[in-house]
Design a protein around this ligand. Structure first.
Ligand code: GLA
Length: 745
């Protein structure tokens, strides 16, 4: 095999390739680093310099648009969205970044000590190769190190940049993106994951138009509104065919993902920290590291793009002992009790949960300070003895004695005005001195950019975590940031606040997860308000949404799956009428949706009638039997809830060796006279014969219609039958689901 990163001294081309993708660039005659290609695999032994369009003739001695550049700056003829913007000591903003040298490194070097930023990794040097290209601006002494890692077995490039001031004057960065990528045409759909609290990650798609189109966040967290992920797809791209790019940012703070179509109908995409809320002062000798951007290319549809991200994020972003361990089926008391509980009530719940097969009882909000409502006590991380007279240790010991684990909710970054912490340290809450602070959910945010606050939280939370046998932590974050300002930063560094906030959050995540490696941590931000690769580098799972309604969850989980694996998605069965939508769906359907994720329950099991109790016990047995498949199988999207009115959704998980698969098919509203429809499956082995069974009702007409051995070829070409006798179908009712279990015979 040829080397995965080729350098040709004659043509001055650099070419990263792994047989699935290629990424090529070239050093121009004037020293600038040009972009040639990112996408389908090309032969690295040939020159691809001709792929570059000629520059705009209006500039005699410069590279102007539409010539693609690897790390574009402003002011020299490229008017498109830049990767790097600066203010130099003389007030000028122009750089001439010129190639200096490059290094090819086996593997993927860990991020430097002090960067404090999460990233993907390798476990051995033969999994990837890394190219570092150094550019420099002679006049200012600014130096840019671009880093590109190509994974050998994944269609993925991980990119980041480090900007260093080797000059003698202070330089101010006003924008430093993780990646900019130029594409030679504009015939793309821009696919984003957007929504709101309780409606996260809906798939929204639009044709690229001339000008700029973007999603981002300036809220202090990656947010419910837009996820730090976008895809580009051709109009004809499907789940299984056609070209798609995925752009994913390993970051949890303010971000921008933007595409610009220029006058020549070429496209530039950039991804990184939002320049709207960012400046960074680089004193001589100082450096700034951007977050990592993960770029994926697929010519076999959106499905393969997601496969690449799922595998990378499950295997080489997630870390720690929980990365590969089966995740427990948990029961969380939040929707069951809200703040109204005492030890006896919790033990009743935990006992009933244990009897149903639950493995972990999670005590949510309300156990600390005097928190009977969301008006008080955040920051007071000591147990409320009125509710729990025997302390957390007393409660946890009793839960453990039931034979199940004990988990706990915390919201470290927050402070209530009514709290002892606020009395002691009113200046720890974020705000601009002399101005009112905006409250949200009656709480304020701690200034995580201040190391002494992170130290304090590490101290008090370590005590909590060590005080009782705790095997799980849900780390919440329920409001975004207003009045951004840190009393610890000088006036000319306030633009660093948001990034420093997130670095403080990462520091606390790193310290707590390192100090308590046996605890399974799950992140949460009012549901999916910070469901991003940044946090998935510290904790392997996240609470996907506060919306537990089965119908809503079809869209939320489908959208989330564009970038994130099932092993990262907390998915719970809740009581009906649903607390977010008042919808009443069958308990089997709630489970059939929640199985495709990390299963949990979000209800008071002591209130379940006998039929529901039996149903839950059966669900848990079913999930445990197939847990490995649900948590680690290949997830394949079949029928989108965002298309054709959204009445149907179908997806499946397939074992790595294709010997087993489970298909979920969901129909929101029942319709008379069903079509003689068929659901074509994917990812099976065409030569394998599969036995087909059904859940929850093995005698359901649709299950019977598909029972019996079926060839993988037939299941993929003809598919499962979804047509039924119209009298039988009339009896189904709304919100119906079917699982088909396929096992090689
Ligand atoms: C957020 C979380 C919920 C629950 C509440 C507790 O909304 O997303 O799951 O933990 O906080 O206050």
């Amino acid at each position: 095999m040829t080397v995965p990163i080729a350098w040709s001294p004659e043509t001055r081309e650099l070419h990263l390739h792994n047989g699935r993708i290629s990424y090529a660039m070239r050093v121009h005659d004037n020293g600038t680093l040009g972009h040639l290609h990112f996408g389908a695999a090309l032969d690295p032994s040939r020159s691809h310099a001709h792929l570059e369009p000629t520059g705009f003739a209006g500039f005699a001695n410069r590279i102007g648009d539409p010539v693609p550049l690897e790390y574009p700056t402003t002011g020299t003829g490229d008017y498109r969205i830049p990767a790097l913007t600066v203010e130099l000591a003389d007030g000028s903003t122009v750089l001439d970044l010129v190639y200096q040298e490059h290094r090819i490194i086996p593997g993927k070097p860990a991020r430097r000590e002090g960067d404090g930023l999460p990233a993907t990794y390798v476990e051995s040097d033969d999994e990837a190769d890394t190219l570092e290209v150094i550019l420099a601006d002679a006049r200012s002494g600014l130096r840019v190190e671009l880093s590109y890692t190509i994974f050998r077995d994944r269609p993925v490039i991980a990119r980041s940049a480090r900007i260093q001031n080797d000059g003698t004057d202070t330089i101010r960065l006003t924008g430093a993106m993780s990646a900019a990528v130029d594409l030679p045409d504009a015939r793309w759909e821009f696919v984003q994951l957007s929504g709101a609290w309780a409606r996260e990650n809906h798939v929204v798609s639009r044709r690229l138009r001339p000008g700029r189109q973007s999603v981002g966040s300036d809220r202090g967290a990656s947010s419910h509104i837009h996820n730090p992920f976008v895809a580009l797809r051709r109009e004809t791209t499907t789940e299984e065919d056609g070209e798609a790019y995925g752009f994913s940012l390993v970051y949890s703070g303010n971000f921008l993902a933007e595409a610009e179509v220029d006058a020549f109908d070429t496209t530039r995409v950039r991804l990184g920290i939002s320049p709207n809320t960012f400046t960074w002062t680089l004193a001589p000798g100082g450096s700034f590291a951007t977050p990592e951007a993960v770029l994926v290319y697929s010519d076999t549809g959106l499905g393969a793009m997601s496969d690449a991200l799922h595998g990378l994020y499950r295997e080489r972003l997630a870390r720690g002992s929980w990365r590969d361990k089966p995740r427990s089926v948990l029961l969380n008391n939040w929707e069951g009790t809200y703040y109204a509980f005492d030890e006896a009530k919790l033990l009743d719940i935990a006992t009933a949960a244990r009897d149903l097969g639950v493995e972990l009882f999670v005590l949510d909000d309300g156990w600390f300070g005097e928190r009977d409502a969301d008006t008080t006590s955040l920051g007071d991380w000591f147990v409320d003895r009125r509710k729990l007279p025997n302390g957390l240790d007393g409660l946890a010991a009793k839960v453990e004695a039931l034979g199940i684990g004990f988990g706990l909710w915390i919201e470290p970054e927050m402070i209530s005005e009514r709290s002892r912490l606020f009395e002691a340290h009113p200046d720890w809450a974020i705000g601009v001195p002399g101005r009112p602070r905006t409250e949200s959910r009656q709480q304020l945010v701690l200034d995580m950019s201040r190391p002494e606050i992170v130290d304090h939280l590490f101290g008090v939370l370590s005590e909590v975590l060590a005080s009782a046998p705790i095997s799980y932590i849900k780390w919440d974050m329920n409001r975004t940031i207003t009045e951004p300002f840190s009393s610890a930063l000088p006036a000319d560094r306030q633009g660093e606040f948001f990034h420093r906030y997130i670095l403080g959050v990462y520091d606390l995540y790193a310290r707590l997860t390192t100090a308590f490696p046996e605890i399974l941590f799950e992140s949460c931000a009012g549901g999916g308000g910070r469901f991003d690769p940044g946090l998935l580098a510290f904790v392997p799972q996240a609470w996907t949404s506060d919306d537990t309604d089965a119908v809503e969850r079809l869209r939320i989980q489908w959208g989330t799956s564009l970038a994130y694996p099932l092993s990262s998605m907390g998915a719970h069965v809740a009581a009906v009428p649903n607390h977010q939508t008042s919808r009443i769906t069958p308990i089997a359907t709630r489970a059939a949706v929640a199985f495709f994720g990390v299963l949990g329950y979000e209800l008071d099991p002591t209130t379940l009638g006998p039929a529901d109790q039996r149903a839950v016990a059966d669900q848990i047995v079913f999930y445990k039997t197939h847990r490995d498949l649900f948590q680690r199988g290949r997830f394949v999207r079949l029928r989108s809830p965002f298309e054709e009115g959204g009445n149907q959704t179908a997806w499946m998980v397939v074992a790595p060796d294709a010997s087993k698969a489970i298909v979920g098919y969901y129909q929101v509203l029942n319709r008379p006279v069903p079509a003689a429809d068929r659901l074509r499956l994917r990812g099976l082995d065409p030569d394998t014969v599969y036995g087909v069974s059904g859940w929850p009702d093995a005698h359901d007409p649709l299950v019977r219609a598909n029972a019996g051995p079926r060839g993988g070829d037939e299941l993929m070409r003809n598919g499962l039958s979804l047509g039924a006798d119209r009298r039988e179908a009339a009896a189904w009712g709304d919100f119906k689901s079917w699982l088909f279990i396929l096992e090689a015979v």
